[in-house]
Design a protein around this ligand. Sequence first.
Ligand code: IMP
Length: 179
Amino acid sequence: MHPMIKKVLVSEEQIVQRCKELGKQIDEEYKDNECPILLVALLKGSVPFMAELMKRITIDVQIDFMDVSSYDGTESIGDIKINKDLDGSCKGIDIILVEDIVDTGRTIHTVKEMLLNKKANSVKIIALLDKPSRRVVDISADYVGFEIENEFVVGFGLDYDQNYRNLPYVGVLKEECYK
Ligand code: IMP
């Protein structure tokens, strides 16, 4: 375990197993689609989850990435800025938005509205982690890996000041890291 991690909340094995289950669920729900669905991951935190999940989906998918900024340190901040938009049009496409964690819900709510305004056929949300107790916007993910308590977590894509994204598990940092 990394020396700055106090405890592991979700292990790599649990994440892999859950991605297999979520992949099956997505296969089942979209199996009659005539066109590939589009998985849209939000950079950077969703990259490991996207990579693990997409391998477990067997129906045809395409992938794209968006980069939006809404977060600074450990507190969510105001409006969302689009740093990188989709490469192509999403008109008429069924999208699954891939997010590392739903916290206040502002990010996925805003991005979902944007994609629907651009005439995506449907937008569902999949999140590796969900912190329902922190929600300020009335939105929920359609697929959730793990529900967690109101604790700041790092690893499997999640960062604290850009560090710890590479940890293969989700864990809680020791208090001394915040000093
Ligand atoms: P929301 O818009 O408040 O739902 O924030 C979502 C974003 O905040 C996530 O994509 C993460 O980048 C970040 N975030 C929320 N909670 C945590 C956490 O516990 N650890 C690391 N990043 C977090």
